[in-house]
Design a protein around this ligand. Structure first.
Ligand SMILES: O=C(O)C[C@@](O)(CF)CCOP(=O)(O)OP(=O)(O)O
Length: 324
């Protein structure tokens, strides 16, 4: 019996990964840049055993069905091939995210699984190679290997596509991200399906691709200069461009719900009072407010005029992978 356990935190992209150049290898069309957070994480234990006749996946102690296990099993096949190991595995993952929120935790989940496999099979992967392995599970997972600001170098092959820390002399510890949890019944289009449809059909996708590298370069300059307003403005504009591409997809779709717009407008009103805060969004209706730690209490109080306190969760910069 070969066993490994690891913990990985979720990350939120400030410059988005949106579109694949290679679906199988999960090579992105553009580089992305994220902030690893402390509040939401996944703890995963994997046990490879001769006794098992198939892969078994428990998520928060609930046995997952065939559909829920396919993505995990496909990832385990990669690991078995890499380790030349024929054994099936039991995976037990615990997502420490507000369940009601529907917060996508594929990034922390697949990063934790990759690290747990690394330990169980004694692959002794470097952080770079662990990031490459996690990428094969879910693109954004490759960024959760590292703490703080992280850039995913898109590369052109399995070998050259990996994430790495962005030098920031600890400035991330002065930042915060307030999650506004929007309860939306609509079944979202998954990020995987959403980006595929957008790449294939959206008239606005080329504009996204042409302007994102500059956004990323400017974001790194802002991080180096510790210029919060510049980083915030780039973050908000990049998110709006990403979401704009979905409106021109065929058929069109949007992740925005009426309350998403309410949240975005609230952020703009609060910013107009002089409190620096900027929003970003991913493949769901939730809105994330990037701000400075020193302003968190004031911004939470302002947001409480628009949303219930239970809908607001504040996160700070978080650590990379840890082994349990
Ligand atoms: O996180 C970002 O950069 C932006 C997004 O969150 C915007 F929705 C996409 C994340 O995509 P992911 O779930 O990693 O896709 P996969 O590779 O198809 O598994």
């Amino acid at each position: 019996m070969l066993k490994g356990s690891a913990k990985a935190h979720t990350n939120i992209a400030l410059i988005k990964y949106w579109g694949k150049a290679d679906e199988d290898l999960i090579i992105p069309m553009n580089n992305s840049l994220s902030l690893t957070l402390d509040a939401f994480y996944t703890e995963t234990t994997v046990t490879f055993s001769e006794e098992l006749t198939t892969d078994i996946f428990y998520l928060d102690d609930v046995l997952q069905d065939e559909a829920g296990t396919t993505k995990i099993s496909r990832f385990l096949d990669l690991v078995r091939k890499k380790a030349d190991c024929p054994l099936f595995a039991e995976v037990k993952s615990y997502n420490h995210v507000p369940t009601a929120a529907g917060l996508a935790s594929s990034a922390s989940g697949l990063a934790a699984l990759a690290a747990a496999c690394n330990q169980a099979l004694q692959l002794n992967l470097s952080d770079k190679d662990l990031s490459r392995l996690a990428r094969r599970g879910s693109g954004s997972a490759c960024r959760s290997i590292f703490p703080g600001f992280v850039e995913w170098q898109k590369g052109t092959s399995d070998e050259t596509s990996f994430a790495e820390p962005v030098p920031s002399s600890g400035w991330e510890d002065e930042l915060a991200m307030i999650f506004i949890l929007i309860n939306d019944q609509e079944k979202d289009v998954s990020s995987r399906d959403g980006m595929r449809r957008t790449v294939e059909t959206s008239a606005f996708y080329p504009g996204w691709l042409q302007t994102t590298p500059q956004d990323l370069a400017s974001a790194k300059i802002a991080i180096h200069a510790q210029d919060f307003n510049k980083l915030g403005a780039i973050t908000e504009n990049n998110a709006l461009k990403m979401h704009g591409t979905t409106l021109a997809a065929v058929p069109p779709f949007t992740y925005w719900s009426p309350d998403s717009l309410k949240a975005m407008n609230a952020v703009k009103k609060i910013r107009a009072t002089g409190l620096a805060c900027y929003f970003t969004m991913d493949a769901g209706p939730n809105v994330k407010v990037l701000c400075q730690k020193k302003d968190v209490a004031k911004i939470e109080a302002e947001l409480a005029n628009y949303f219930e306190k239970e809908q607001l969760i504040t996160a700070f910069s978080g650590p990379g992978i840890t082994y349990l």
